[in-house]
Every structure is written in C-alpha cells, then in structure tokens.
Design a protein around this ligand. Structure first.
Ligand SMILES: Cc1cc2nc3c(=O)[nH]c(=O)nc-3n(C[C@H](O)[C@H](O)[C@H](O)COP(=O)(O)OP(=O)(O)OC[C@H]3O[C@@H](n4cnc5c(N)ncnc54)[C@H](O)[C@@H]3O)c2cc1C
Length: 456
C-alpha cells in the first residue's frame, strides 16, 4: 500500500533502481520503488540473467563434447531444450524473489504500476499522485529495430530470443556486439544453424581488434556463419519464417533476432512536463552525481550516458542515493568499467583498446600473452586464450585490459581493481599469483608490457 509521500521514490526496479532504493533506505530515507512489470527489471527477468542461464547450459554441453580430450567418454548427450528453459525460469525466479526479499528487508514499499513525473515533480501512478522529496528515474532501455524493419512476428529482440519456447532450427542474428555474439554462440552450440550478420567490419566491433579476431575464429569453430561488413535489407516476416537479403545473398530462417542497439525508455515518463532534459541521443542529461536538469530528480542506468551495463546502473544508483543523502560522491570513470561478453570464447575488457590509446596520443606499450604460455592454460584445456594489456610507457599506467578465453569475464576484474587502486602494469607484474591459474597469464602479460616476460 502506497503512502501519500516519500523521501525518495525510485521508478523502475532493475539493477539501477532496486540498488538505489536499498542504498537510500540504508541512509534513512523513506523509500518506495514503482515497477510496472516485474521486480528485478529487464536485467533479471529478460536480459542478463536469462541469457547467462541459457549460456551456462551451452557451455556445459561444450565441455561434455570436449570431454574425450580429458579422458572421459560420455555418450547419449542430448539437449532437452524445454528443461534448459525451465532452468532459466527457475534461475530468474530465485533471483527476483531475492530482490523482492531485499526490498522488504529494507522496508521499501513496492508500488505496482506505470509511473510518470508531474509538472510539480511528484510521481503519478495511475490515478494516485505521490509526493516525493527526491525521485530517481531508473526505467532502463528498450530495443531499437534497424532502419526499415519493425519488430513483430518472426522478427524478434534479444530478450525474446533467450525465451524462445522451441529451439529454432535456423536463426539469424543482426548485430555482432555483446548481445548478438552471446545469442549466436549460445544457440549454435545448443543445435541451431546460426547466421551472424554485422554491418561493421568485425565482430565485437567496440572491443580491441585482436580480441575480435579470436572471437570470430571461435564463433566460426562453433559452426556459425559469420558475415561482417554486411547490412541486412528486404526483411519480410511470414507466419513460420522470415526472409531477408545481405550482401548479394538472401536467406530464410525461423527467426531474425535484431541485436543492434537500444534506446532510453522515456515514453510516458512526463519528462518534458517536469523539465527533465534529454541529450541529442535521447538519453537523460545528468551531471556526475546523476542529477537531471530538474532539481530533486535523478536518472541512472540505461537512461543515461555510459555503457548500458547492469553493474554501471547499480553504481549510479548508489551515487544518486548518496547524493540525495548529502554524502560526498565522485563521478564514474565510464571507460574503466569492466565489460563482459559471455559468448564462447569469453571476453572481458576495460579501458582503451590499443587503437584508441594510440589515437589519443599515448606513448603506448602492449603486453600480450596467450593462455598457453602459463601452466593453467594447458592444464585446464584452453591454450588459445589471450591476455592483452595496453599501457602507457612513461608511468606504467594501465590504460586498458583485454582478455579472451576461459573465464575472461572473471579475470578482467584484477586489472580493473589494480587501476582503481592507482597501480600500473609494473605492480601487476610483481604481485604473486597462485599456480597453476589462468590469472598467471594476466601477470605475464603485465611482465610483457614491462619488458621482462618470463614465460613466452
Ligand atoms: C539480452 C541482454 C543481455 C544483457 N546482458 C548483460 C550482462 O550480461 N551484463 C550486464 O551488465 N548487462 C547486460 N545487459 C544490459 C542490462 O540488461 C542493462 O544495462 C540493465 O538492465 C540496465 O538496468 P536499469 O536498472 O537501468 O534498467 P532495467 O533493467 O531495464 O529495468 C528498468 C525497469 O523499469 C521499469 N519501468 C520502465 N518504465 C516504467 C514506468 N514508467 N513506471 C514503472 N516502471 C517502469 C521496467 O518495467 C523495468 O523493469 C543485457 C541486455 C540485454 C538486452
């Protein structure tokens, strides 16, 4: 039951909104969260978590298929896709009920409904107007189709892809960024025939080019038909299939998944009436403490600048809540946020690519080491992974880290932490790492950047 006024109302219960609400409540604010769909937001219900749950099944299947190399003969392995989807649902409900419990534990009211700001800066939910000293907008983002194509029928978005009730025989994915690469890699290994199309000249086009090269090789090894530099045209969605053209070819598939970008979910939020300004990309304009142009109104997560990532949304939620409570906060260094892509091979990165560092005029030094250079790579069966450190030679600054291969999404955190603590690659090179671990490859790449690679 909603009160008539709160110290803080958060609109949206995704990883930005629910974390902001908990931090506001911890800091003594009487807080409510308004959610029009499901607690946990898109991240927990339709995006990050379901994607990773299905990918986990694909990863396990790959390991079982490779098991003979490890002296294990496994026969009769088959994909029970309905059970894969049932596990996805179970993982989601476990985590979303956890969020529900956290809201209750922190005495945060959860108000169901569609919220909008009023001109006075209050929050309207249905017929009800609720006063709030501060409002945090955390409504996330919605998928954008490609020019000339509408979602509907057999043309679907990434969130729908992960919840397909039947394993598609043929799937095409438009956009080989993180989400597109994950879908291609997941469904190809579960048994779909996959065509991955990217308009730019390489897969994961925002990653370092060395990483893109190895990921493309890995995706092709999974049987994925990877087509880069290839825009998609003439899309026509029928009852059971969709046809389209790319380059000089055409194709017919069960589903065409558009994974080519998202836009801030601001429709119906009353931003113009409340005096909350948008930038020219349709994102909500904020300062380093996530304050919008309207006093007392904050915006976080996919609504604002920076990479559209769950952990970025959560951190912004914490900053907004702390600013509301009058604590000192610091703006986020967006480039230093870890980026994770959970396709196979796994990718973890942060900071500048080698090309970006050179473009920015840094005196660049690079350390590159394959996983095979350290014992762990051979022991655990991944010699092809790569750790690449992009450094600045004068002061040994860590400008960027790029890892592709097993557990890259976990391994990258070490470099992020060292940079956050103002260490450089010289420190990583001298920190003792356990043996035999893949993290020794991170240490060796740092040594390579420092000019004294031991293994390699
Ligand atoms: C397929 C996919 C996979 C992804 N995987 C990852 C990943 O592995 N790691 C990662 O870091 N990021 C991932 N992302 C990105 C991540 O999902 C987003 O960055 C994150 O969800 C943003 O969080 P948020 O809190 O801003 O909003 P959201 O999670 O989008 O939540 C916003 C909530 O606000 C609600 N809402 C909207 N408007 C209103 C309104 N007017 N009134 C009330 N409620 C409203 C919505 O119903 C929604 O529940 C993925 C995205 C996709 C699409």
């Amino acid at each position: 039951m909603a009160e008539t006024s709160y110290d803080c109302i958060v609109i949206g219960s995704g990883p930005g909104g629910y974390v902001a609400a908990i931090r506001a409540a911890q800091l003594g604010r009487k807080t409510a969260v308004v959610e029009r769909d499901k607690v946990g937001g898109r991240c927990l219900n339709y995006a990050c978590i379901p994607a990773k749950a299905v990918l986990r099944s694909a990863d396990l299947l790959s390991e079982i298929r490779d098991s003979e190399e490890f002296g294990l003969k496994v026969s009769g392995v088959e994909v029970d896709y309905a059970a894969v989807q049932a596990r996805r649902e179970k993982v989601v409900s476990t985590l979303t009920s956890g969020v529900d419990g956290l809201l209750k534990k922190n005495k945060i009211d959860l108000i169901e409904g569609d919220a909008a700001l009023t001109a006075e800066g209050a929050v309207r939910v249905g017929e009800e107007v609720i006063a709030a000293e501060s409002v945090i907008l955390a409504t996330g983002s919605v998928p954008r189709p490609i020019p000339g194509v509408e979602f509907g029928g057999r043309v679907i978005g990434t969130e729908q892809a992960w919840a397909l009730p039947v394993l598609p025989a043929r799937l095409a994915v438009v956009g080989a960024g993180a989400s597109g690469a994950e879908i291609a890699s997941g469904f190809a290994r579960l048994g779909s025939e996959v065509l991955l199309l990217e308009a730019l000249d390489r897969v994961l086009p925002t990653e370092d080019s060395d990483i893109s090269r190895l990921v493309e090789r890995g995706l092709k090894r999974q049987g994925i038909d990877v087509q880069t530099g290839t825009p998609v045209t003439d899309v026509s969605s029928g009852k059971d299939s969709v046809t389209f053209s790319y380059g000089s070819s055409s194709a017919e598939v069960d589903y065409l998944v558009i994974a080519a970008g998202r836009g801030a979910d601001v429709d119906g939020l009353g931003l113009a009436e409340a005096g909350v300004e948008l930038d020219d990309r349709g994102l909500v304009k904020v300062d380093g403490a996530l304050r919008t142009s309207r006093k007392g109104v904050y915006a976080i997560g996919d609504l604002v600048q920076g990479p559209a990532l769950a952990h970025k949304a959560s951190e912004e939620g914490i900053i907004a809540a702390e600013d509301i409570a009058g604590l000192e906060t610091h703006p986020i260094s967006y480039v230093d946020i870890p980026r994770a892509t959970f396709c196979t091979p796994n990718v973890g990165s942060f900071g500048l690519t080698e090309a970006q560092a050179r473009e920015q005029g840094h005196d660049v030094v690079v350390g590159k080491v394959p996983y095979g250079a350290v014992g762990g790579g051979t022991v655990y069966g991944d010699r092809t992974g790569l750790v690449k450190i992009v450094g600045e030679s004068t002061y040994g600054e860590l400008l960027g880290g790029h890892i592709v291969g097993s557990r890259a999404t976990e391994l990258i955190q070490e470099l992020v932490n060292v940079r956050a603590l103002e260490g450089g690659f010289g420190e990583v090179a001298r920190i003792i790492h356990g043996h035999p671990t893949l993290s020794e490859a991170v240490m060796e790449a740092a040594r390579a950047a420092d000019g004294w690679l031991i293994h390699g």
